[in-house]
Design a protein around this ligand. Structure first.
Ligand SMILES: C[S@@+](CC[C@H](N)C(=O)[O-])C[C@H]1O[C@@H](n2cnc3c(N)ncnc32)[C@H](O)[C@@H]1O
Length: 117
């Protein structure tokens, strides 16, 4: 069951989050309510390029990096310096050849400031 965004403004004016909740929505919008350096772990399994287009709308491999970087920018902002970001992603063949969108994403994530293992 999804719970609406649960946080409250305490007397000292600080936003306090109700942890251990499930927030449903676009991760780019949801993450905006979280303070920077507040999260220990992010695990994500985004839609793979051009997979399940009818279900997830589909992101073409050529547009994938541009689609993902605004999301990873938020991941980077909310993650603690000691935090971990785990990405589950799968490569794709296009016209019988490996498309390089995953490799391009790794390089772009590193350029964005992520430590990539
Ligand atoms: C590959 S599936 C993940 C499947 C899931 N890990 C599982 O085991 O059932 C990708 C999911 O990302 C969700 N998604 C796509 N764009 C998103 C976004 N901007 N913010 C949050 N979720 C998104 C899709 O709705 C879909 O449920």
């Amino acid at each position: 069951m999804c719970t609406p965004l649960c946080y409250h403004l305490s007397e000292d004016g600080v936003v306090r989050f109700m942890w251990n909740q499930i927030y449903c929505g676009d991760c780019e919008n949801i993450l905006k309510i979280f303070p920077e350096n507040s999260i220990d772990l992010i695990v994500t399994s985004p839609p793979y390029a051009d997979q399940r287009v009818k279900t997830y709308g589909g992101v073409s491999p050529d547009d994938y990096v541009d689609w993902f970087l605004p999301k990873s920018a938020e991941f980077l902002r909310v993650l603690k310096p000691t935090g971990t970001f785990i990405l589950n992603i799968k490569e794709k063949a296009v016209n019988g050849e490996r498309h390089t969108y995953v490799l391009e994403l790794i390089l772009a994530l590193r350029k964005q400031g992520n430590h990539v293992w």
